[in-house]
Ligand binder design. Structure first.
Ligand code: M6R
Length: 366
């Protein structure tokens, strides 16, 4: 059942090229220049007339929501707010029938997300679900939705659910961007073509596994780790840190790279590994200067870089390469090495990778 892999998590990491392809199959029609999604088509006016989109989710799904915030605002020019479902539901939020709420949940059973949906519905908002488990409670409770089609995710640490959630949300954003005129036909087409290349590029990113394992070996005994990224890759930094925490029990924090100097930089010494996402597009030069700040305080730097990178290589202790793509799609690639890294560290520390202590696959209690 693990398909020859030692753990479900590793199997699921490697399934991502196919899972992403399954997610856009029948939806992304690159040659025709169309994105077909019944849940959006049937409710297009609701999305186009929305004052804003509110995304509610927990954990990794919340991180996917944060990536979506960048995508929706950047590509479709629709204001987005991303909320922890557990906070949203208890703070008397301002919601009206002009709001569209997107609830993201792999399991479709997360209690806090479900409660947030019920609250939003009671205030008249239109609620759209992005779930993986077909027929799950959240899939049934929402007004409409789109499944991720990632296939069953067994490992408690979410991997393919995350990248397929981002894929679905990208499709929605592109569709709305075209429909509301914020994206030209030509740019729309080039995005569709780039998205079609992602499964192969994920496959390529997975090939760095051996090197990632070597890096994992060097840092497996760290007590603390920092993960930094900017823009689209800030949520990836959060997700990288969460992945390490949950399965290896090493304390890790994700931060926007530029926030370093407002506090966390005080933590940097030669015992602190800092994983920095520094891909070519998206504030590259700024991130390089953030890296120099860490270097001058003796921090250990592991850069997640675009293939062929030169500048980060000069200053970092290690670099892990991912293929080049357009900025909005980089999270689908930069996430991959961070998943593998956490996996290998947890295995080296002899932890229960698929069923980490204190965690359940779906959190059905509040
Ligand atoms: O099933 P959901 O997507 O609603 O689950 C949300 C979180 O509980 C989940 O993402 C959790 O954070 C994972 N263990 C992360 O790997």
């Amino acid at each position: 059942e693990k398909g020859g892999y030692e753990h479900f998590m590793l199997k699921e990491i490697h399934e991502q090229p196919n899972a992403i392809r399954d997610t856009y199959r029948g939806r992304l029609l690159a040659n025709e220049g169309i994105i077909r999604m019944a849940g959006i088509d049937d409710n297009l006016e609701k999305f186009l007339n929305a004052n804003r989109i509110i995304i509610v989710a927990c954990g990794t799904s919340w991180h996917a929501g944060l990536v979506a915030e960048y995508i929706f605002e950047d590509l479709a020019r629709i204001p987005v707010e991303v909320e922890y479902a557990s906070e949203f539901r208890y703070r008397n939020p301002v919601i009206t029938d002009k709001d569209v709420v997107i609830a993201i949940s792999q399991s479709g059973e997360t209690a806090d997300t479900l409660a947030a949906i019920k609250l939003a519905k009671s205030k008249g908002a239109f609620v759209f679900g992005v779930c993986n488990v077909v027929g799950s409670t959240i899939a049934r409770e929402t007004n409409a939705g789109a499944y991720t089609h990632a296939g069953p995710e067994i490992g408690v640490a979410s991997t393919k659910a995350f990248t397929t959630q981002i894929t679905v949300l990208t499709l929605i954003a592109l569709k709305l961007a075209k429909a509301n005129g914020s994206m030209s036909k030509t740019v729309f087409h080039s995005h569709l073509q780039e998205l079609e290349l992602i499964p192969d590029k994920v496959k390529e990113a997975l090939k760095a596994d051996k090197h990632i394992k070597e890096v994992a070996h060097i840092y497996k005994d760290a007590k603390n780790c920092l993960y930094l990224g900017r823009g689209y890759n800030f949520p990836v930094a959060l997700e990288g840190a969460l992945k390490l925490k949950e399965i290896s029990y090493i304390h890790a924090e994700g931060y926007p790279a530029a926030e370093m100097k407002h506090g966390p930089i005080a933590l940097i010494d030669d015992q602190m590994p800092v994983f920095v996402i520094a891909t070519k597009k998206g504030h590259y030069e700024k991130v390089v200067s953030n890296i120099q700040e860490i270097k001058s305080r003796s921090g250990k730097i592991i850069g997640i870089v675009t293939k062929g990178d030169i500048d980060v290589k000069k200053v970092a202790d290690h670099v892990i390469e991912v293929p080049e793509t357009i900025e909005s799609l980089t999270p689908l690639l930069t996430t991959i090495p961070l998943q593998l890294l956490s996996y290998h560290i947890a295995v080296m520390l002899d932890k229960n990778v698929d069923q980490p202590r204190n965690l359940a696959k779906s959190v059905t209690v509040e």
